[in-house]
Design a binder for this molecule. Structure first.
Ligand SMILES: [Zn+2]
Length: 276
């Protein structure tokens, strides 16, 4: 789809996520396509998802955090990230959990303080855009809501383009996606109406295969049965964004459908209690 092999060479995008596995589930195709076009992709993961459930036995002496870092490194490599930065905040757990207010919890951190760390990274890397969660945290998880606040603040501090990662809840009515179980756990609605999506990427078969491998790399969190090959395209073959401001680097990727011009169509920031 690109006229030469690296049309985005010399350009950098910072991708911010709350937990290991979010990068693959929500932005795997986007990251892989940016990397294939020559862009530098810097993945920033805020917590180690220490509170996730474990589906596989850990090795003797191995911690959940160690396992999740290993899985994240594997997924990041598959998706073409050239640098992985771990912010080292603690997983905040589900809404209302005591972990929400742990001193190291991402949800308890001052978003402006963390945003200044991200802004420094953006400046160090010369990144021109940041990808972060939508303003409802995609499915209301306190860490995802925090990742939105931090990412949006970092974009404002640096003046770069912001792309809010989300899911099209209308599209997913006909599919089984991990976000649905996640939303049942938080008790929140997931995603936004399709009409509010400003940018959609449709995966190529090769990108879809890489995305599935990257999700599967998070084997402590995702069982192979949860991402069956037969239904994978329907659930994971698209990635959706709400763009803040003027079109930027993600709009230059192929197979982009732009359905609205700016964030005037952003979802209403209602019904998500502030993490405490
Ligand atoms: Zn997450």
């Amino acid at each position: 789809m690109f006229s030469n092999s690296s049309p985005l060479s010399g350009r950098t995008v910072l991708v911010l996520h709350a937990h290991p596995d979010d990068e693959a589930i929500f932005t795997g195709v986007t990251m892989r396509r940016l990397a294939d076009a020559g862009a530098r992709v810097v993945l920033v993961t805020a917590t180690l998802g220490e509170l996730g459930e474990v589906y596989v036995p850990l090795a003797p002496g191995e911690t959940m955090a160690q396992r999740r870092v290993a899985e994240l490194e594997q997924a990041a490599g598959l998706l073409g990230a050239q640098r992985l930065v771990l912010l080292g905040q603690r997983d905040s757990g589900l809404p209302g959990a005591a972990d929400n207010v742990h001193p190291d919890a991402l949800a308890a951190a001052d978003p402006d303080r963390v945003a200044r760390r991200i802004a420094a990274l953006i400046e160090e890397e010369g990144a021109e855009a940041i990808v972060h969660d939508d303003d409802r945290g995609i499915y209301g998880h306190p860490d995802h809501v925090a990742a939105h606040r931090i990412g949006a603040a970092a974009a404002r501090l640096t003046g770069i383009a912001g792309y809010q990662s989300t899911v099209d809840r209308d599209h997913l009515q006909a599919a089984t996606h991990l976000v649905q179980a996640a939303a049942r756990a938080t008790g929140m609605e997931y995603g936004i109406p399709g009409d509010d999506v400003t940018l959609r990427l449709a995966a190529t078969p090769a990108e879809l295969e890489v995305k599935r491998a990257a999700i599967a790399a998070h084997a402590s969190q995702v069982s192979p049965a949860a991402i069956p090959v037969a239904d994978f395209d329907r659930a994971y073959g698209s990635e959706w964004f709400v763009r803040d401001g003027v079109p930027g680097i993600l709009d230059e990727l192929g197979d982009v459908t732009t359905t609205a011009s700016t964030t005037s169509a952003a979802p209403v920031a209602a019904a998500v209690p502030a993490p405490v």
